[in-house]
Write a protein that binds this ligand. Structure first.
Ligand code: HEM
Length: 150
């Protein structure tokens, strides 16, 4: 009659936020033919079969990622907001939490945040070089002048 209810483990969720059973990468991988194409983008599963003909980037790039995780490719292209909105139409499910690969970061396109910071550094270097050269010539001339005066 001891109360041991405190140790009861949380049940693993088996459904996504829309009540659909979670999917695995194995589920996605089996849909990799021209007649049946699924892919994963940001841990959601999309059936893009009907979009092959309409995709502005062409059918080939989609087929290249058929049955796979296409998150990186999707982000690398820098798809527009409109393109992202279209994704919803093709969503068929979500990957189970254990199947996710941590690719949920939004925004993508990382890597080139710098660029603006380098310019002042170049200007300072040029300035130092010019002042150094001017000092060098000045000291040469004064040395020559004092030698001539002697
Ligand atoms: C269901 C998923 C996808 C949707 C809804 C979608 C939608 C679009 C749309 C609307 C465009 C026109 C440009 C824009 O609005 O950004 C586009 C262009 C493009 N997409 Fe996708 N796309 C998807 C997946 C992919 C994937 C997985 C790849 C790469 C493997 C890809 C590669 C491209 C390329 C190369 C272009 C052409 C970019 C250009 O010419 O400037 N797309 N896509």
């Amino acid at each position: 009659m001891a109360s041991d209810q405190a140790t009861e483990p949380e049940p693993e969720p088996t459904e996504d936020s829309k009540g659909r059973p979670f999917m695995s990468m194995a589920d996605v991988e089996s849909h990799n033919t021209q007649e049946d194409v699924w892919m994963v983008i940001h841990d959601k599963v999309y059936n893009v079969t009907k979009y092959l003909d309409d995709h502005p980037g062409g059918e080939e790039v989609l087929m290249d990622r058929a049955g796979q995780n296409a998150t990186e490719d999707f982000e690398d292209v820098g798809h527009s907001r409109d393109a992202r909105k279209q994704l919803d139409k093709f969503e068929v499910g979500e990957l189970a939490p254990s199947e996710r690969v941590g690719s949920t970061s939004k925004g993508g396109g990382g890597g080139s945040g710098e660029g603006g910071g380098a310019m002042p550094l170049i200007l300072v270097s040029v300035l130092v070089a010019v002042v150094g050269a001017a000092y060098f010539y000045y000291s040469q001339e004064t040395a020559a002048a004092s030698a001539a005066a002697a």
